[in-house]
Design a protein around this ligand. Structure first.
Ligand code: TQI
Ligand code: CA
Ligand code: ZN
Ligand code: ZN
Length: 160
C-alpha cells in the first residue's frame, strides 16, 4: 500500500542533520512550538527506522520552515486552503509549510502541524503516498495523527 518516488531515490547515510529556516512567520505558532512539532515528528520516524536526526545549522540535510506564496523553489504556495505543505524527495531534504494555513500545535481549531510534519518527513525520507487510510502517508487530512501506521513502517523498512 505504501509507495516510493519514481526511481526510489534514497539517502545514502542514516545520520541526518536538520535545521529550521523560515521566510515567513505564523502568528499562531511560535518558533519553539514549531521546533517541538518537527522534533517529535523526526523522533517518531527515528523510532521505526535506521535514521538518527541531529539538530544543526543550515546547510543541513533536512531544512524545514514556513513560507508564503512564491518562495523561490518554483512551487509557490496558494494561500489559505488547498496545498498545506510540500517536501522534496531524497537527497533533497527541503520541507516547506504554507504560512497562510490555520496551523495549530494543540490539535484544536486548525491543521495539526506535527501530523503534517510526519507526512512531509515521510516524503523527505523517500516515501510516496499510501492507499492505507491508517497510514501517515495517506494523502488526505483526517485529523490529528501523531504516530506511524504499520504500512508506513513497512514502507520505510522496505526502502532501507
Ligand atoms: N501537499 C502535498 C503532499 O505533501 C504535495 C503533493 C501532492 C505531493 N502530490 C504529491 C508530494 C506527491 C509528494 C508526492 O502530499 S498537501 C496532507 C494530507 C498535504 C496533504 O498540502 O496536499 C498532508 C500535505 F495528508 F493531510 F492530506 C500534508 Cl498530511
Ligand atoms: Ca495553502
Ligand atoms: Zn517550497
Ligand atoms: Zn504527501
Amino acid at each position: 500500500n505504501y509507495s516510493f518516488f519514481p526511481g526510489s531515490p534514497k539517502w545514502r547515510k542514516f545520520a541526518l542533520t536538520y535545521a529550521q529556516q523560515s521566510s515567513a512567520s505564523v502568528p499562531s505558532v511560535s518558533i519553539n512550538a514549531f521546533k517541538q512539532a518537527a522534533d517529535n515528528a523526526l523522533r517518531t520516524w527515528a523510532a521505526d527506522s535506521k535514521f538518527t536526526f541531529r539538530e544543526s545549522r543550515v546547510p543541513a540535510d533536512i531544512v524545514y520552515g514556513f513560507h508564503r506564496r512564491d518562495h523561490g523553489d518554483g512551487y509557490p504556495f496558494d494561500g489559505p486552503g488547498q496545498v498545506l505543505a510540500h517536501a522534496f524527495a531524497p537527497q533533497n531534504g527541503r520541507c516547506h509549510f504554507d504560512g497562510e494555513e490555520q496551523w495549530t500545535t494543540n490539535g484544536q481549531g486548525g491543521i495539526d502541524l506535527e501530523t503534517v510534519c510526519l507526512h512531509e518527513y515521510g516524503h523527505n525520507l523517500g516515501l510516496g503516498h499510501s492507499r492505507d487510510t491508517k497510514a501517515i502517508m495517506y494523502p488526505s487530512y483526517t485529523g490529528v495523527k501523531r504516530s506511524l501506521g504499520q504500512d508506513d513502517i513497512n514502507g520505510i523498512q522496505a526502502l532501507y
